[in-house]
Design a protein around this ligand. Structure first.
Ligand SMILES: [Zn+2]
Length: 518
Protein backbone atom coordinates (compact mmCIF):
# COMPACT_ATOMS: atom_id res chain seq x y z
CA UNK A 1 0.00 0.00 0.00
CA UNK A 2 1.46 3.34 -1.07
CA UNK A 3 1.03 6.42 1.10
CA UNK A 4 -0.05 8.63 -1.76
CA UNK A 5 -0.94 8.37 -5.42
CA UNK A 6 -0.97 11.38 -7.75
CA UNK A 7 -3.31 10.03 -10.41
CA UNK A 8 -3.56 10.97 -14.06
CA UNK A 9 -1.20 13.95 -14.32
CA UNK A 10 1.29 14.68 -17.08
CA UNK A 11 4.70 13.99 -15.59
CA UNK A 12 7.72 16.11 -16.49
CA UNK A 13 10.71 14.19 -15.21
CA UNK A 14 13.01 17.19 -14.70
CA UNK A 15 15.65 15.66 -16.93
CA UNK A 16 14.20 17.19 -20.08
CA UNK A 17 12.06 14.24 -21.08
CA UNK A 18 8.72 15.06 -22.74
CA UNK A 19 5.58 15.16 -20.62
CA UNK A 20 3.93 11.75 -20.26
CA UNK A 21 0.66 10.82 -18.56
CA UNK A 22 1.46 8.63 -15.56
CA UNK A 23 0.50 8.05 -11.95
CA UNK A 24 3.13 8.81 -9.33
CA UNK A 25 3.28 6.67 -6.19
CA UNK A 26 4.86 8.01 -3.01
CA UNK A 27 5.75 6.07 0.13
CA UNK A 28 7.48 7.75 3.04
CA UNK A 29 9.63 10.52 1.67
CA UNK A 30 10.26 8.89 -1.72
CA UNK A 31 8.75 8.41 -5.12
CA UNK A 32 8.50 4.64 -5.41
CA UNK A 33 6.88 4.08 -8.79
CA UNK A 34 5.66 5.81 -11.96
CA UNK A 35 3.24 4.42 -14.50
CA UNK A 36 -0.26 2.95 -14.68
CA UNK A 37 -2.06 0.60 -12.25
CA UNK A 38 0.38 1.14 -9.42
CA UNK A 39 -1.90 -0.44 -6.83
CA UNK A 40 -3.74 0.98 -3.82
CA UNK A 41 -2.74 4.00 -1.79
CA UNK A 42 -3.91 5.52 1.50
CA UNK A 43 -4.62 8.73 -0.30
CA UNK A 44 -5.30 9.40 -3.98
CA UNK A 45 -5.23 12.87 -5.50
CA UNK A 46 -6.69 13.21 -8.98
CA UNK A 47 -4.38 15.53 -10.93
CA UNK A 48 -5.77 14.83 -14.39
CA UNK A 49 -4.97 17.67 -16.77
CA UNK A 50 -2.25 19.06 -14.50
CA UNK A 51 1.53 18.90 -14.78
CA UNK A 52 3.52 16.94 -12.18
CA UNK A 53 7.17 17.97 -11.87
CA UNK A 54 10.03 17.79 -9.42
CA UNK A 55 9.80 20.65 -6.93
CA UNK A 56 11.64 23.63 -8.32
CA UNK A 57 15.07 24.45 -6.95
CA UNK A 58 15.86 28.16 -6.70
CA UNK A 59 19.52 28.43 -7.72
CA UNK A 60 19.89 31.95 -6.47
CA UNK A 61 18.07 32.91 -3.31
CA UNK A 62 18.67 35.47 -0.60
CA UNK A 63 16.23 33.88 1.86
CA UNK A 64 18.97 33.24 4.43
CA UNK A 65 17.10 34.84 7.36
CA UNK A 66 13.56 34.02 6.16
CA UNK A 67 13.20 30.73 8.11
CA UNK A 68 13.91 32.71 11.30
CA UNK A 69 10.93 35.03 10.76
CA UNK A 70 8.18 34.43 13.34
CA UNK A 71 5.58 33.21 10.83
CA UNK A 72 6.10 30.58 8.13
CA UNK A 73 6.70 32.23 4.74
CA UNK A 74 5.11 30.25 1.87
CA UNK A 75 6.08 32.71 -0.91
CA UNK A 76 8.38 30.18 -2.56
CA UNK A 77 6.05 27.20 -2.11
CA UNK A 78 3.38 29.22 -3.92
CA UNK A 79 5.83 29.32 -6.86
CA UNK A 80 6.40 25.56 -6.75
CA UNK A 81 9.86 25.96 -5.20
CA UNK A 82 10.78 23.21 -2.73
CA UNK A 83 14.48 24.05 -2.24
CA UNK A 84 16.33 27.35 -2.12
CA UNK A 85 20.09 27.80 -2.45
CA UNK A 86 20.85 30.71 -0.08
CA UNK A 87 24.07 32.57 0.74
CA UNK A 88 24.48 34.00 -2.75
CA UNK A 89 26.40 37.04 -4.01
CA UNK A 90 29.04 36.58 -1.31
CA UNK A 91 26.59 37.31 1.52
CA UNK A 92 26.03 34.36 3.82
CA UNK A 93 24.54 35.02 7.24
CA UNK A 94 27.41 33.09 8.85
CA UNK A 95 30.06 33.15 10.06
CA UNK A 96 29.35 36.46 11.77
CA UNK A 97 30.69 37.91 14.99
CA UNK A 98 29.92 41.21 16.70
CA UNK A 99 32.78 43.04 15.00
CA UNK A 100 31.65 41.87 11.53
CA UNK A 101 28.08 42.91 12.19
CA UNK A 102 29.32 46.28 13.39
CA UNK A 103 31.62 46.75 10.35
CA UNK A 104 29.02 45.81 7.75
CA UNK A 105 26.37 47.90 9.47
CA UNK A 106 23.07 48.08 7.63
CA UNK A 107 24.07 45.76 4.76
CA UNK A 108 22.97 42.60 6.56
CA UNK A 109 20.15 44.38 8.40
CA UNK A 110 18.58 45.40 5.09
CA UNK A 111 18.69 41.80 3.80
CA UNK A 112 17.37 40.42 7.08
CA UNK A 113 13.74 41.51 6.69
CA UNK A 114 13.41 42.33 10.37
CA UNK A 115 15.19 39.23 11.68
CA UNK A 116 17.94 40.17 14.18
CA UNK A 117 21.42 39.69 12.71
CA UNK A 118 23.36 37.85 15.41
CA UNK A 119 26.80 36.26 15.77
CA UNK A 120 26.86 32.63 14.63
CA UNK A 121 29.32 30.21 13.10
CA UNK A 122 28.15 28.32 10.02
CA UNK A 123 27.14 25.20 11.92
CA UNK A 124 25.18 27.43 14.31
CA UNK A 125 23.37 29.13 11.45
CA UNK A 126 22.32 25.80 9.91
CA UNK A 127 21.28 24.49 13.33
CA UNK A 128 19.14 27.58 13.98
CA UNK A 129 17.47 27.25 10.57
CA UNK A 130 16.79 23.56 11.18
CA UNK A 131 15.40 24.30 14.64
CA UNK A 132 13.12 27.06 13.35
CA UNK A 133 11.77 24.73 10.67
CA UNK A 134 12.00 26.34 7.24
CA UNK A 135 8.88 26.49 5.08
CA UNK A 136 10.81 24.87 2.21
CA UNK A 137 14.20 23.14 2.10
CA UNK A 138 17.28 25.32 2.48
CA UNK A 139 20.81 24.63 1.23
CA UNK A 140 23.37 27.30 2.05
CA UNK A 141 26.51 28.65 0.41
CA UNK A 142 29.25 30.32 2.40
CA UNK A 143 29.96 33.82 1.10
CA UNK A 144 33.25 35.52 0.29
CA UNK A 145 32.02 38.94 1.46
CA UNK A 146 31.08 37.50 4.82
CA UNK A 147 34.38 35.63 5.20
CA UNK A 148 36.37 38.72 4.24
CA UNK A 149 34.43 41.02 6.54
CA UNK A 150 34.94 38.54 9.38
CA UNK A 151 38.70 38.22 8.84
CA UNK A 152 39.51 41.72 7.63
CA UNK A 153 36.66 44.13 8.35
CA UNK A 154 35.81 46.62 5.62
CA UNK A 155 39.47 47.34 4.84
CA UNK A 156 40.64 47.23 1.25
CA UNK A 157 43.99 45.53 1.85
CA UNK A 158 44.19 42.13 3.47
CA UNK A 159 46.01 42.08 6.79
CA UNK A 160 48.68 39.42 7.32
CA UNK A 161 46.98 36.12 8.08
CA UNK A 162 43.52 37.26 6.97
CA UNK A 163 43.38 35.04 3.88
CA UNK A 164 44.48 32.01 5.87
CA UNK A 165 41.72 32.76 8.36
CA UNK A 166 39.16 33.08 5.54
CA UNK A 167 40.23 29.69 4.20
CA UNK A 168 39.93 28.15 7.65
CA UNK A 169 36.45 29.59 8.11
CA UNK A 170 35.43 28.33 4.66
CA UNK A 171 36.70 24.87 5.57
CA UNK A 172 34.62 24.96 8.76
CA UNK A 173 31.56 26.01 6.77
CA UNK A 174 31.98 23.13 4.30
CA UNK A 175 32.46 20.72 7.19
CA UNK A 176 29.17 22.04 8.64
CA UNK A 177 27.38 21.45 5.33
CA UNK A 178 27.75 24.54 3.14
CA UNK A 179 26.93 23.41 -0.40
CA UNK A 180 29.34 25.80 -2.11
CA UNK A 181 31.25 29.07 -2.08
CA UNK A 182 29.70 32.31 -3.36
CA UNK A 183 31.14 35.66 -4.30
CA UNK A 184 29.63 39.05 -5.07
CA UNK A 185 32.45 40.99 -6.63
CA UNK A 186 30.64 44.30 -7.04
CA UNK A 187 29.98 44.49 -3.31
CA UNK A 188 32.50 45.70 -0.75
CA UNK A 189 34.41 44.19 0.89
CA UNK A 190 34.40 41.25 -1.57
CA UNK A 191 35.07 43.64 -4.45
CA UNK A 192 38.40 44.54 -2.82
CA UNK A 193 39.57 40.93 -3.23
CA UNK A 194 41.67 39.90 -6.22
CA UNK A 195 41.66 36.75 -8.34
CA UNK A 196 44.31 34.98 -6.25
CA UNK A 197 42.26 35.50 -3.09
CA UNK A 198 39.26 33.83 -4.74
CA UNK A 199 41.37 30.99 -6.12
CA UNK A 200 42.63 30.28 -2.60
CA UNK A 201 39.07 30.04 -1.28
CA UNK A 202 37.83 28.08 -4.28
CA UNK A 203 40.61 25.56 -3.66
CA UNK A 204 39.06 24.91 -0.26
CA UNK A 205 35.73 24.33 -2.03
CA UNK A 206 37.50 21.92 -4.39
CA UNK A 207 38.65 19.78 -1.48
CA UNK A 208 34.99 19.33 -0.55
CA UNK A 209 33.79 18.95 -4.16
CA UNK A 210 31.59 22.02 -3.76
CA UNK A 211 30.92 24.54 -6.55
CA UNK A 212 31.85 28.20 -6.81
CA UNK A 213 29.04 30.64 -7.64
CA UNK A 214 29.74 34.21 -8.55
CA UNK A 215 28.04 37.52 -9.04
CA UNK A 216 30.66 38.67 -11.54
CA UNK A 217 32.94 41.63 -10.89
CA UNK A 218 31.22 43.39 -13.78
CA UNK A 219 27.99 42.77 -15.71
CA UNK A 220 28.15 45.68 -18.15
CA UNK A 221 31.13 47.20 -19.97
CA UNK A 222 33.63 44.63 -18.70
CA UNK A 223 31.44 41.57 -18.70
CA UNK A 224 33.84 39.55 -20.89
CA UNK A 225 36.78 40.30 -18.62
CA UNK A 226 34.72 39.43 -15.54
CA UNK A 227 33.64 36.11 -17.07
CA UNK A 228 37.26 35.34 -17.88
CA UNK A 229 38.18 35.97 -14.24
CA UNK A 230 35.47 33.54 -13.05
CA UNK A 231 36.59 30.92 -15.56
CA UNK A 232 40.23 31.39 -14.50
CA UNK A 233 39.25 30.88 -10.85
CA UNK A 234 37.32 27.71 -11.69
CA UNK A 235 40.14 26.42 -13.88
CA UNK A 236 42.87 27.04 -11.33
CA UNK A 237 40.86 25.70 -8.40
CA UNK A 238 39.18 22.88 -10.41
CA UNK A 239 35.67 23.60 -9.18
CA UNK A 240 32.27 23.63 -10.85
CA UNK A 241 31.32 27.19 -11.72
CA UNK A 242 27.89 28.81 -11.53
CA UNK A 243 27.60 32.30 -13.02
CA UNK A 244 24.86 34.02 -11.04
CA UNK A 245 21.96 35.94 -12.60
CA UNK A 246 23.44 36.05 -16.11
CA UNK A 247 22.70 39.37 -17.74
CA UNK A 248 24.07 42.06 -20.00
CA UNK A 249 23.65 45.39 -18.22
CA UNK A 250 24.02 48.94 -19.43
CA UNK A 251 22.46 50.32 -22.59
CA UNK A 252 25.74 50.46 -24.52
CA UNK A 253 26.10 46.69 -24.14
CA UNK A 254 22.64 45.51 -25.12
CA UNK A 255 22.73 42.73 -27.68
CA UNK A 256 25.68 41.12 -25.89
CA UNK A 257 23.77 38.04 -24.74
CA UNK A 258 25.19 35.89 -27.53
CA UNK A 259 28.75 36.85 -26.64
CA UNK A 260 28.10 35.90 -22.99
CA UNK A 261 26.84 32.48 -24.08
CA UNK A 262 29.73 31.99 -26.50
CA UNK A 263 32.16 32.50 -23.60
CA UNK A 264 30.22 30.05 -21.44
CA UNK A 265 30.30 27.38 -24.14
CA UNK A 266 33.97 27.99 -24.94
CA UNK A 267 34.82 27.50 -21.27
CA UNK A 268 32.95 24.19 -21.24
CA UNK A 269 34.82 23.13 -24.36
CA UNK A 270 38.04 23.81 -22.48
CA UNK A 271 36.94 21.59 -19.60
CA UNK A 272 35.32 23.90 -17.04
CA UNK A 273 31.99 22.61 -15.70
CA UNK A 274 30.30 25.99 -15.96
CA UNK A 275 26.63 26.86 -16.03
CA UNK A 276 24.61 29.94 -15.23
CA UNK A 277 21.30 31.03 -13.81
CA UNK A 278 18.95 33.88 -14.63
CA UNK A 279 15.80 35.66 -13.47
CA UNK A 280 13.19 36.52 -16.11
CA UNK A 281 13.11 40.32 -15.83
CA UNK A 282 14.75 43.36 -17.40
CA UNK A 283 15.32 45.00 -14.04
CA UNK A 284 17.62 43.94 -11.25
CA UNK A 285 17.44 44.77 -7.59
CA UNK A 286 20.20 45.44 -5.10
CA UNK A 287 21.65 47.95 -2.67
CA UNK A 288 21.20 51.56 -3.70
CA UNK A 289 24.86 52.10 -2.87
CA UNK A 290 25.80 49.88 -5.85
CA UNK A 291 25.28 53.04 -7.93
CA UNK A 292 28.46 54.39 -6.35
CA UNK A 293 32.09 53.39 -6.95
CA UNK A 294 33.33 50.65 -4.61
CA UNK A 295 35.70 53.21 -3.07
CA UNK A 296 32.68 54.79 -1.39
CA UNK A 297 32.45 51.92 1.12
CA UNK A 298 36.11 51.55 2.10
CA UNK A 299 36.22 51.45 5.87
CA UNK A 300 32.53 50.58 6.18
CA UNK A 301 29.21 52.37 6.14
CA UNK A 302 30.18 55.00 8.75
CA UNK A 303 33.12 56.01 6.55
CA UNK A 304 30.81 56.10 3.51
CA UNK A 305 28.39 58.37 5.35
CA UNK A 306 31.23 60.74 6.24
CA UNK A 307 32.43 60.83 2.61
CA UNK A 308 28.95 61.51 1.26
CA UNK A 309 28.28 64.24 3.80
CA UNK A 310 31.55 66.05 2.99
CA UNK A 311 31.30 68.19 -0.19
CA UNK A 312 34.89 67.39 -1.27
CA UNK A 313 34.43 63.66 -0.68
CA UNK A 314 31.15 63.72 -2.54
CA UNK A 315 32.75 65.55 -5.49
CA UNK A 316 35.52 62.95 -5.68
CA UNK A 317 32.98 60.13 -5.73
CA UNK A 318 30.90 61.93 -8.35
CA UNK A 319 33.94 62.26 -10.64
CA UNK A 320 34.67 58.53 -10.26
CA UNK A 321 31.01 57.59 -10.73
CA UNK A 322 30.80 59.58 -13.95
CA UNK A 323 34.01 58.10 -15.39
CA UNK A 324 32.70 55.61 -17.95
CA UNK A 325 36.18 54.35 -18.77
CA UNK A 326 36.28 52.46 -15.45
CA UNK A 327 33.88 50.07 -13.73
CA UNK A 328 32.67 52.41 -11.02
CA UNK A 329 29.16 51.43 -10.03
CA UNK A 330 25.98 51.79 -12.05
CA UNK A 331 25.57 55.56 -11.80
CA UNK A 332 26.70 56.55 -15.31
CA UNK A 333 25.07 53.47 -16.88
CA UNK A 334 21.46 54.29 -16.02
CA UNK A 335 19.27 57.36 -15.79
CA UNK A 336 17.76 58.42 -12.44
CA UNK A 337 14.32 57.44 -13.79
CA UNK A 338 15.58 53.82 -14.06
CA UNK A 339 16.23 53.66 -10.31
CA UNK A 340 13.29 52.84 -8.02
CA UNK A 341 13.99 53.05 -4.28
CA UNK A 342 12.37 49.99 -2.73
CA UNK A 343 13.58 49.89 0.87
CA UNK A 344 14.76 52.64 3.19
CA UNK A 345 15.30 52.33 6.92
CA UNK A 346 14.44 55.88 7.96
CA UNK A 347 12.55 57.48 5.06
CA UNK A 348 9.54 55.32 4.20
CA UNK A 349 8.22 58.13 1.99
CA UNK A 350 11.19 57.60 -0.34
CA UNK A 351 10.20 54.03 -1.17
CA UNK A 352 8.24 53.41 -4.34
CA UNK A 353 9.72 56.52 -5.94
CA UNK A 354 12.46 56.86 -8.54
CA UNK A 355 15.61 58.88 -7.98
CA UNK A 356 14.36 61.27 -10.66
CA UNK A 357 11.15 61.80 -8.71
CA UNK A 358 12.98 62.23 -5.42
CA UNK A 359 15.36 64.76 -6.97
CA UNK A 360 12.63 66.83 -8.62
CA UNK A 361 14.39 69.87 -10.01
CA UNK A 362 17.40 69.19 -7.78
CA UNK A 363 20.58 67.31 -8.62
CA UNK A 364 19.98 63.53 -8.72
CA UNK A 365 23.50 62.64 -7.54
CA UNK A 366 23.13 64.89 -4.51
CA UNK A 367 19.75 63.29 -3.87
CA UNK A 368 21.30 59.82 -4.06
CA UNK A 369 23.99 60.82 -1.58
CA UNK A 370 21.47 62.33 0.84
CA UNK A 371 19.29 59.22 0.69
CA UNK A 372 22.34 57.03 1.36
CA UNK A 373 23.54 59.15 4.27
CA UNK A 374 20.17 58.46 5.90
CA UNK A 375 20.36 54.71 5.13
CA UNK A 376 23.54 53.28 3.57
CA UNK A 377 21.78 49.91 3.19
CA UNK A 378 18.73 51.19 1.24
CA UNK A 379 17.52 48.97 -1.64
CA UNK A 380 16.54 49.64 -5.24
CA UNK A 381 15.10 48.09 -8.37
CA UNK A 382 17.14 49.17 -11.37
CA UNK A 383 16.30 48.67 -15.06
CA UNK A 384 19.50 47.57 -16.76
CA UNK A 385 18.77 44.88 -19.36
CA UNK A 386 17.27 44.45 -22.82
CA UNK A 387 14.46 41.96 -23.35
CA UNK A 388 16.28 40.56 -26.39
CA UNK A 389 19.20 39.54 -24.15
CA UNK A 390 16.87 38.12 -21.48
CA UNK A 391 15.39 35.81 -24.13
CA UNK A 392 18.69 34.91 -25.78
CA UNK A 393 20.19 33.90 -22.44
CA UNK A 394 17.08 32.02 -21.31
CA UNK A 395 16.97 29.92 -24.47
CA UNK A 396 20.41 28.44 -23.80
CA UNK A 397 20.47 24.97 -22.21
CA UNK A 398 23.30 25.90 -19.83
CA UNK A 399 21.16 28.50 -18.09
CA UNK A 400 18.96 27.56 -15.13
CA UNK A 401 16.52 29.67 -13.15
CA UNK A 402 17.26 31.55 -9.92
CA UNK A 403 15.07 34.27 -8.46
CA UNK A 404 17.57 36.53 -6.62
CA UNK A 405 14.75 37.29 -4.18
CA UNK A 406 14.79 39.50 -1.14
CA UNK A 407 12.86 38.88 2.08
CA UNK A 408 9.11 38.69 1.37
CA UNK A 409 8.31 41.93 3.19
CA UNK A 410 7.72 45.47 2.00
CA UNK A 411 8.41 46.61 -1.52
CA UNK A 412 10.74 44.17 -3.32
CA UNK A 413 11.44 43.20 -6.89
CA UNK A 414 8.49 41.06 -8.16
CA UNK A 415 10.88 38.13 -8.71
CA UNK A 416 10.61 37.50 -4.96
CA UNK A 417 6.97 36.39 -5.38
CA UNK A 418 6.76 35.40 -9.03
CA UNK A 419 9.99 34.33 -10.72
CA UNK A 420 9.16 30.69 -11.46
CA UNK A 421 5.49 31.11 -12.47
CA UNK A 422 6.56 33.99 -14.71
CA UNK A 423 8.97 31.76 -16.63
CA UNK A 424 6.27 29.10 -17.08
CA UNK A 425 3.47 31.53 -17.92
CA UNK A 426 5.21 34.23 -19.90
CA UNK A 427 8.20 32.55 -21.56
CA UNK A 428 6.78 29.04 -22.02
CA UNK A 429 3.04 29.48 -22.60
CA UNK A 430 2.73 33.02 -23.98
CA UNK A 431 5.94 33.39 -25.98
CA UNK A 432 6.87 29.77 -26.71
CA UNK A 433 10.53 30.54 -26.05
CA UNK A 434 10.99 27.27 -24.14
CA UNK A 435 9.15 23.96 -24.08
CA UNK A 436 7.59 23.11 -20.74
CA UNK A 437 9.89 20.11 -20.26
CA UNK A 438 12.98 22.25 -20.93
CA UNK A 439 11.79 24.97 -18.54
CA UNK A 440 11.18 22.35 -15.85
CA UNK A 441 14.67 20.92 -16.42
CA UNK A 442 16.15 24.41 -15.94
CA UNK A 443 14.34 24.70 -12.60
CA UNK A 444 15.19 21.21 -11.31
CA UNK A 445 17.94 18.81 -12.38
CA UNK A 446 20.06 21.57 -13.91
CA UNK A 447 20.31 23.12 -10.44
CA UNK A 448 20.38 19.94 -8.34
CA UNK A 449 23.34 18.61 -10.33
CA UNK A 450 25.33 21.80 -10.02
CA UNK A 451 24.87 22.02 -6.25
CA UNK A 452 25.23 18.30 -5.55
CA UNK A 453 21.67 17.78 -4.26
CA UNK A 454 21.54 13.99 -4.62
CA UNK A 455 18.13 12.40 -5.10
CA UNK A 456 16.45 15.70 -5.99
CA UNK A 457 15.61 17.53 -9.19
CA UNK A 458 13.94 14.63 -10.99
CA UNK A 459 10.87 12.42 -10.75
CA UNK A 460 11.69 8.73 -10.73
CA UNK A 461 11.71 5.74 -8.45
CA UNK A 462 14.04 6.48 -5.54
CA UNK A 463 13.88 10.27 -5.87
CA UNK A 464 12.93 12.33 -2.83
CA UNK A 465 9.24 13.16 -3.19
CA UNK A 466 9.65 16.92 -3.50
CA UNK A 467 6.96 17.53 -6.11
CA UNK A 468 4.90 20.32 -7.61
CA UNK A 469 1.56 19.97 -9.38
CA UNK A 470 0.56 22.94 -11.51
CA UNK A 471 -1.77 23.93 -14.31
CA UNK A 472 0.27 24.85 -17.42
CA UNK A 473 -2.76 26.76 -18.76
CA UNK A 474 -2.99 29.16 -15.82
CA UNK A 475 0.39 29.32 -14.13
CA UNK A 476 1.75 32.86 -14.00
CA UNK A 477 2.38 35.94 -11.92
CA UNK A 478 0.70 39.33 -12.22
CA UNK A 479 2.98 41.19 -9.80
CA UNK A 480 4.45 44.48 -10.96
CA UNK A 481 7.23 46.74 -9.72
CA UNK A 482 4.60 48.90 -8.03
CA UNK A 483 2.58 45.98 -6.58
CA UNK A 484 4.91 42.98 -6.53
CA UNK A 485 3.64 40.88 -3.61
CA UNK A 486 0.87 39.13 -5.53
CA UNK A 487 0.19 35.38 -5.17
CA UNK A 488 1.04 33.48 -8.34
CA UNK A 489 -1.67 31.50 -10.10
CA UNK A 490 -1.74 27.86 -11.14
CA UNK A 491 0.25 26.02 -8.45
CA UNK A 492 -2.15 23.43 -7.01
CA UNK A 493 -0.07 21.05 -4.86
CA UNK A 494 3.42 21.10 -3.43
CA UNK A 495 4.95 18.12 -1.63
CA UNK A 496 8.02 18.25 0.58
CA UNK A 497 9.48 14.77 1.08
CA UNK A 498 6.08 13.23 0.45
CA UNK A 499 4.06 15.60 2.66
CA UNK A 500 1.61 18.00 1.03
CA UNK A 501 2.30 21.56 2.16
CA UNK A 502 0.22 23.25 -0.55
CA UNK A 503 -3.20 21.66 -1.19
CA UNK A 504 -5.58 22.99 -3.82
CA UNK A 505 -3.49 26.14 -3.90
CA UNK A 506 -3.56 26.68 -0.13
CA UNK A 507 -0.59 26.56 2.22
CA UNK A 508 -1.22 24.12 5.08
CA UNK A 509 0.76 26.26 7.53
CA UNK A 510 3.29 23.55 8.32
CA UNK A 511 7.04 24.10 8.42
CA UNK A 512 8.21 20.89 6.80
CA UNK A 513 11.39 22.14 5.13
CA UNK A 514 14.76 20.71 6.07
CA UNK A 515 18.32 21.91 5.90
CA UNK A 516 20.11 20.13 3.05
CA UNK A 517 23.78 19.78 3.88
CA UNK A 518 26.57 19.29 1.37
ZN1 LIG B 1 24.04 39.16 -7.11
Amino acid sequence: MHDLLLRGGTVYDGLGGPGAVADVAVTGDQVVALGADLGPARRVIDVTGLAVAPGFIDAHSHSDPVPLMPDPQPFKLYQGVTTEIVGNCGFSFAPLDDATIEATGPLFAEMAGGVPVVPRDFAGYLADIAAAGPTNHIAALVGHNTLRAYANGMDERLRPGALAQMCRLADEAFAAGAVGLSSGLIYPPGSYGDTDELVALARVAHRWNRPYTTHLRNEDDRLAEAMDEAITIATRARVRLQISHCKVAGRANHGGGKALLARLHAARQSGVDVRGDQYPYRAGGTFLNALLPGAALIGGTAAMRARLADPAGRARLRAMAEDLTRPNGFWARVTPADVLVTTHGTRPEATGRTLAELAGSGDPFDTLCAVLVDDPGAGMVITLMAEEDVETIMADPLIGIGSDNGPPVGLQHPRTWGCFPRVLGEYVRERGLLTLSEAVRKMTSAIADQFGLAGRGYVGAGAVADLVVFDPATIGHDGTYAVPDVRPTGVEYVLLAGQAVVERGRFTGERRGRVLRG
